[in-house]
Write a new protein. Structure first.
Length: 196
């Protein structure tokens, strides 16, 4: 029985695919290059950067890659050798809009079944930008339809705005990303102790 367990375990470890081993990319100051989206490279890009001498390996997976001439552990965290000035504003993505609104319907506070609502409807000239799009549950979205807030008598809890990376970082602590390798934790939440 023991033997069997051991054998299964061994097979499992060997079966770890490099595809499941992305590398977290830190800037030269050891902060992630970007948070939203989180800066991660596939293992091929990480290894290429190591060979081009553009990054230092900070931490490694147990998974090995081999070629006839070398063998190495896949990097789990790398840091850039030269500092890149991070952008102050995060990308306008669906995830980031939800994150800004803390995954909460801006009309009723519901957290399930979230969609996006144009505060000024597109049919009334509303555009798809940070300051006109909010998270809304499908019930509120249906109810508001293509009406202006004043007609629908529905106003978002918070006027939509363009968040800074800092804003999203604050909210991001409430909603950790789905995939976090243990070796990334120190770099993602290194300043979290400053929170009361
Ligand atoms: Zn709602």
């Amino acid at each position: 029985m023991w033997e069997r367990t051991e054998r299964l375990l061994t097979v499992h470890v060997q079966a770890v695919s490099p595809e499941t081993c992305p590398a977290l990319v830190l800037n030269a100051d050891f902060r992630p290059l970007s948070y939203y989206p989180l800066s991660i490279w596939c293992w091929q890009d990480a290894i290429k950067a190591v060979f081009l001498d553009r990054v230092n390996i900070v931490s490694e997976y147990d998974t090995l890659v081999r070629s006839p001439s070398f063998e190495m552990r896949l990097p789990s965290v790398v840091s850039l050798k030269s500092y890149v000035k991070p952008s102050r504003f995060p990308a306008f993505t669906r995830f980031n809009v939800f994150l800004r609104d803390r995954f909460t319907c801006q009309y009723c506070g519901e957290r399930d079944d979230l969609t996006f609502d144009h505060v000024v409807p597109r049919s009334k000239g509303g555009v798809t930008t940070w300051d006109n799009v909010v998270a809304a549950c499908s019930a509120c979205n249906l109810r508001k339809a293509d009406l202006l807030p004043s007609v629908a008598r529905m106003w978002p809890a918070r006027h939509p705005y363009q968040p800074t990376v800092h804003d999203l970082h604050q909210n991001g602590r409430l909603f950790p990303p789905n995939y976090l390798h243990i070796s990334w934790m120190d770099y993602l939440y290194w300043d979290s102790e400053l929170e009361p």
